[in-house]
Ligand binder design. Structure first.
Ligand code: FES
Length: 340
């Protein structure tokens, strides 16, 4: 497979001969300037410095002309015949998306189940919010100071953004947030944030552990994997305090019915206390009981710091490399503060 070298960034990615530069770069986690993806707006122009490329309407069969070295090409409209060196500006490498602000329309605020609300926001036309599956955003709420972070519950690549907000009556800040979103038409957001995400399609099994609305982050990851025809096993474990907290159980069961490489396990606690977190304790044991390939899998965990550090500790003991463990908690909490 030809290799494409980005001369300005000093980085490269593989690109099949019948693949567009743009698609291969995105698959490898690069973000390039793009809009129409159809050879019209020319925002994706680049210069072919060395090598041979085809140019045409998305497939080689309809190629029109072969640009000479040093000629301008459109990355959504061309691909490699050989190894290529191209010059293009404003490229973000894997993990380098800049934080941007958007004023979004509030399209929907609906209670799904058990005080969990689905919020759908829509970015302005022509402004695609860029993020990686698994990242989170900040809502700018005029009445409340500071940042208000929520996991993004959908895959990237669309103007619509979905959030799941748990607004139990005793969680005052969340109730206020939901009330604000219900009353207003527009809200300002900043994104993306977080390193617990997928820049590219993994080449190994993926294990996803979620507590409560931690499911939102897993939904983003799972939808991204399905969009990219992921064939390795995906294991989702979802732990909740009581059965009614499985607010998207039908969706998880639909995935299990539709994708043979998807396994869904639910763990329901018995705790009566609304604020009790002891129902988390069986999560790592459930994973270990299923004898999953911890030495080669990527593991994503979303939940409280205590849950995340206890799962990390237990799975590391069982052979999981620390570098294969991803959680937003690792960015703001220290294990020693939670006894690990
Ligand atoms: S994205 Fe518009 S021409 Fe390539």
């Amino acid at each position: 497979m030809p290799k494409v070298f980005l001369s300005a960034q000093g980085q490269s990615f593989p690109c099949a001969r019948d693949e567009r530069f743009l698609d291969a770069a995105n698959r490898a986690g690069f973000r390039l300037p793009v809009s129409c993806k159809n050879g019209v707006c020319e925002i994706c122009h680049a210069r072919l410095i060395e090598g041979k490329a085809w140019q045409g309407r998305a497939t080689r069969k309809t190629k029109r002309a072969t640009p000479a070295a040093s000629e301008e090409i459109l990355l959504c409209h061309s691909g490699p015949e050989t190894d290529c060196i191209i010059y293009v500006e404003n490229v973000y490498g894997p993990g380098e998306l800049p934080v941007k602000k958007f004023v979004c329309q509030i399209e929907e605020v609906t209670e799904m189940q058990a005080h969990v609300f689905r919020v759908r926001l829509k970015a302005p036309a022509g402004k695609l919010p860029e993020f990686y599956a698994g990242q989170y955003l900040s809502l700018d709420l005029p009445e409340r100071e500071g940042a208000h972070y929520f996991s993004i519950a959908c895959a990237p690549g669309q103007r619509e953004i979905e959030l799941h907000i748990q607004a139990d009556p005793h969680i005052e800040a969340a109730v206020e947030t939901v009330n604000f979103l219900r009353q207003e038409r527009l809200v300002k957001i900043s994104l993306p944030f977080g390193e617990s995400c997928l820049h590219t399609i993994p080449e190994q099994p993926v294990i996803l552990l979620a507590a409560g609305t931690g499911f939102a982050q897993m939904k983003s990851l799972i939808e991204f994997l399905w969009q990219n025809n992921f064939k390795h096993p995906v294991h989702l474990y979802w732990t909740v305090r009581k059965a009614s907290d499985l607010y998207a159980e039908t969706l998880a069961e639909d995935w299990a019915a539709q994708y043979t490489n998807f396994n869904f396990s639910k763990l329901i606690g018995e705790a009566q206390d609304e604020q009790c977190t002891e129902h988390h304790e069986g999560l790592a044991e459930a994973v270990l009981a299923d004898a999953l390939p911890l030495k080669i899998a990527k593991v994503f965990v979303s939940g409280s710091p205590k849950l995340v550090f206890s799962v990390k500790h237990r799975l590391t003991q069982a052979g999981m490399p620390e570098t294969a463990f991803y959680s937003d908690v690792l960015e703001y909490a220290k294990p020693e503060d939670f006894g690990f």
